[in-house]
Design a protein around this ligand. Structure first.
Ligand SMILES: Nc1ncnc2c1ncn2[C@@H]1O[C@H](COP(=O)(O)OP(=O)(O)OP(=O)(O)O)[C@@H](O)[C@H]1O
Length: 296
């Protein structure tokens, strides 16, 4: 079966400046992919081209094996974009029903209200909802057509902690039922917990692509710390292959390395005297910062 989404050497230029630069990417059906990148990296432009809302300057975009501009393809996708369009004069349930009417096989209204945690707001005017409630309405509208591919652009901005949890539980359940989900987020811990693949974009280019643990391991965000025995100096540690930096906190040395497994073997092999050994992962945040900085 064709990939859910395929980008081949896609570029998009605005007034000569490339917002997306020669991006190639295939997203398998049933996967949950997070697009990460700093402000202005090109994430929204990429999603807009996949949705057919913007046309690439060059390259090819395929969605569900066809063109994003085909009606038949559009009926099979759902998108929650940063701007939620609220129709004036309609209540929450009426707005959802309007969107349901656009699709051949919509999900039931009650299910959508539950997924979006909007059961209590069903009879409120949509325009009177708070920012976070409007985002949740945007989620219900994105799901209205029971989409095979779901796009979530910064979905949890403005949501409170409870709504966020309900939201991600629902997204996880959706992913479990074989849908393809593409999300952009600035909350790296969310990407880490929900995505099975993370694609990092910077300056319109792909700078890393892998599982959350591969992305974390690819970077210098990992540290071994220990209290070295007498005679072990900064220079001794820096001279060991695989050590990318050493910082001291009193008697404790924090040694960073791209591959802490290999480094620990090296330290033991060299019989470096060590006490109270700890291995810390820098986490996705550190990995992300280091990727974005090294790509500059
Ligand atoms: N319509 C436009 N006209 C001119 N430049 C644009 C337009 N849309 C986007 N850009 C530029 O393209 C680049 C990528 O923007 P884009 O919105 O895709 O980034 P992003 O990764 O989604 O950022 P953010 O995290 O801030 O939403 C930015 O430099 C932006 O200023």
């Amino acid at each position: 079966m064709a990939a859910a989404i395929e980008l081949k050497q896609v570029s998009k230029a605005f007034k000569g400046k490339r917002a997306v630069d020669n991006l190639s990417l295939a997203i398998e059906r049933g996967s949950v992919v997070a697009l990460l990148g700093p402000n202005g990296a090109g994430k929204t432009t990429t999603v807009s081209m996949i949705l057919g809302l913007q046309q690439p300057t060059s390259g090819q975009v395929k969605l569900l094996g066809g063109s994003p501009n085909e009606r038949g393809v559009r009926a099979r996708i759902g998108a929650m974009l940063q701007e939620v369009s609220v129709v004036d004069g309609l209540k929450v349930a009426e707005t959802i029903n309007l969107f349901r009417s656009y699709y051949p096989n919509p999900l039931p209204l009650e299910k959508l209200l539950r997924f979006a945690n909007l059961e209590e707001e069903r009879d409120k005017m949509a325009a009177s909802l708070s920012g976070g409630q409007q985002r949740r309405l945007g989620f219900a509208l994105a799901l209205a057509g029971d989409p095979e591919v779901l796009f979530l652009d910064e979905p949890t901005v403005g949501m409170d902690v409870t709504s966020r949890k309900v939201f991600w539980d629902t997204v996880r359940a959706m992913a479990g039922s074989g849908r393809t989900i593409v999300l952009t987020t600035h909350y790296l811990e969310e990407a880490d917990s929900i995505a099975d693949r993370i694609v990092v974009i910077n300056n319109g280019r792909l700078v890393a692509d892998g599982t959350p643990s591969e992305i974390k391991a690819e970077t210098t965000g990992r540290i071994i710390s220990f209290v070295p025995g007498a005679g072990v100096t900064n220079e001794t540690l820096l001279a060991i292959p695989g050590v990318s930096g050493v910082e001291w906190n009193g008697p404790r040395a924090h040694v960073s390395s791209g591959n802490t497994d290999a480094l620990i073997a090296e330290l033991i092999g060299r019989q470096v005297p060590m006490k109270d050994i700890e291995i810390q992962s820098g986490g996705l945040e550190a990995a992300f910062q280091s990727l974005v900085q090294s790509a500059k």
